[in-house]
Ligand binder design. Sequence first.
Ligand SMILES: [Fe+2]
Ligand SMILES: [Fe+2]
Length: 483
Amino acid sequence: MAEISDQTQQAIDYSQRIPNNVDLSNDRTLQRALERWQPAFLNWWSETGPADSSALQVYLRTAISVDRDGWANFGYVRMPEYRWGIFLTPRDENRKIHFGDHHGGPAWQDVPGEYRSSLRRIIVTQADTEPASVEQQRLLGATCPSMYDLRNLFQVNVEEGRHLWAMVYLLHRYFGRDGREEAEALLQRRSGSVNNPRILTAFNEKTSNWLAFFMFTFFTDRDGKFQLAALAESSFDPLARTTKFMLTEEAHHMFVGESGVARVLQRTCEVMREHNLTDPAQVRAHGVIDLETLQRFVNFHYSVTLDLFGSEISSNAASYYTGGLKGRYDEAKIDDDHSLARNVYTVPELEKGRIVDQSVPALTALNARLRDDYTHEIQAGVDRWNRIPEKMGIPFRITLPHVGFHRKIGSFAGQFVSTDGRVLSEEEWVRKSTEWLPADEDHEFVCSLMGRVIEPGKFASWIAPPARGVNNMPIEFEYVRFD
Ligand SMILES: [Fe+2]
Ligand SMILES: [Fe+2]
């Protein structure tokens, strides 16, 4: 009997099965933890990952090492067999802490006792978003606008799965029993669940159609980018190295979002030009998404994502910074003393019914600062979108709503701020809100356009084809095999 169980143990070679650069085969404790966690992960994937996808062969990118040739290997994969790997960017032996109270000291290779619970909380909060978005996107495959888009959805899904692996590696490797318990809980919470929801609100919203998916990957995956970038500055070196590698994959998710919305916009503008339309009802009657509805989706996804940055003024953010746990965006490139003891930062606040700029200690305003860096990049993307109607002679421009609009967290929570930054009464705000936010009827319309298009090279009528295919393949390439 002993022999048989030995064989079953050996049947799964985790260091082979899980591509890694963390010397997995020589870490017995970690291996044992993963041997328990991996089957639970696969259960979670089949229960809540992309529906009806396990038999499909998908042309996917898999990271098999961190160097230039290794991190983007393309080939057909059945997703339950995807090799979710564990990769950290290579260690720099001389890396120093470059901000906060420990500035100048060597980066930590282990978790300092005094920061153990803070670091665990930071990692679990980040980790929780990864499986959450997979759950939110579970049913989208049934209404994909093309085979190309279906493949992109699955690519995003498997990589969010890999990001979960990346965070779970840190929990297993550095946080002992607590870490193992957290890793299990990550597979138990469910997006949108009443009893055991995901940690952050935006990750409990529904992603019920492809417009919402593109908006999510543009707005919310970019929040992920900024959070990861702030963690890539961390004094806890394994966290910094893990998140740095995750950022390379995040870029593709944001591309899917930005180009997805651009293609919707493109198609709508083409139809408007061709038939000389301005009235949204007529635009809809031609089977494309009117610009007003696009704007409402932008207002929703942007405002919900701003909440992910937390309260503008936050003592937690201040202590994460002084402790050296979480830096600013591009910390190393900022020219100051990296302690922020005497600096101030401007944040918008509500005062006597008006929104005014307030100077506050910079250390307490780090969430607001990261959010501002985020908005700066988002605005650049919106500007790129706006070149599409501009080129076609259509006067409509997408705009970002005011930072105080439709907020549930921070200074503007519980306030009724219009998209252009006026403080309104609740009654007036509610009356106007159907102009600003997608109503049920908007969702119904968008969902009514969604139908499954899976013939290679064909696209649903509401979206333009992409400029080019994946990995230099033609647009009509068979990105997903159904047999
Ligand atoms: Fe992610
Ligand atoms: Fe992502």
